[in-house]
Design a protein around this ligand. Structure first.
Ligand SMILES: Nc1ncnc2c1ncn2[C@@H]1O[C@H](COP(=O)(O)OP(=O)(O)O)[C@@H](O)[C@H]1O
Ligand SMILES: O=c1ccn([C@@H]2O[C@H](COP(=O)(O)OP(=O)(O)O)[C@@H](O)[C@H]2O)c(=O)[nH]1
Ligand SMILES: [Mg+2]
Length: 187
């Protein structure tokens, strides 16, 4: 008789076993800046969900106009769009360690990512920063972004508190959150 071995593969992407760290925090909290520092020292590949969405707009894809309108309004783009971009980027890259920056942004993003990819994060880095400081940074960012204006910034802060903080609370309840406070009061 044959021995049947059932292998339950976790965190598999195709035939690659991956380590994922989610990097979360409010708009302008310094996610992108610190991801660049982490990449230099720890061999991760940085995937910014926002950058992938902006590249999708530029590429002239059929979803481009919808994505751009949602970003202008500070709204969260449908999960399937963002998850597909993240999945493609991870498959394309030879690395097996990824910092996913700015995703998941709501509970639906989080659950859909886990269901579709079967990947759960090793841990979550949470950049905690005051709205006053984040607003100052976003207004000074100068990257020509359509969403770095005071009207959209206010909407993004509201979406962060109402939709994104619950994701951090979800992982906090699993002891997966490492909280980072990264500014002094006089910077
Ligand atoms: N610790 C910090 N102190 C002061 N300015 C910062 C700090 N970290 C990032 N910044 C600046 O704040 C702006 C937002 O940072 P960024 O990394 O793009 O944030 P996020 O990706 O979370 O939106 C950028 O202009 C960046 O140079
Ligand atoms: O998973 C994501 C990541 C980003 N965005 C959209 O892209 C914008 C910019 O995100 P990014 O992380 O680049 O910027 P941040 O607001 O953190 O500075 C957000 O406000 C959303 O509209 C989204 O819908 N889903
Ligand atoms: Mg960013």
């Amino acid at each position: 008789t044959a021995n049947i071995i059932l292998v339950v593969a976790e965190n598999m992407l195709g035939d690659k076993k991956v380590t994922v760290v989610f990097v979360l925090g409010g708009p302008g909290s310094g996610k992108g800046t610190q991801c660049s520092n982490i990449v230099e020292h720890f061999g991760f590949t940085h995937l910014s969900a926002g950058d992938l969405l902006r590249a999708e707009i530029k590429s002239g894809s059929e979803n481009g106009t919808m994505i751009e309108n949602m970003i202008k309004e500070g709204k969260i783009v449908p999960s399937e769009v963002t998850i597909k971009l993240l999945q493609q980027a991870m498959i394309k890259n030879e690395n097996d360690k990824f910092l996913i920056d700015g995703f998941p942004r709501n509970e639906e993003n989080r659950a859909a990512f886990e269901n579709v990819t079967k990947i759960s994060p090793a841990f979550v880095l949470f950049f905690n920063c005051s709205e006053e400081e984040m607003e100052r940074r976003l207004l000074g960012r100068n990257e020509g972004r359509v969403d770095d204006n005071i009207e959209t910034i206010r909407k993004r802060f509201k979406v962060f508190v109402e939709s994104s903080l619950p994701v951090i609370e979800y992982y906090d309840a699993k002891d997966k959150v490492k909280k980072v406070l990264l500014h002094s009061h006089n910077d």
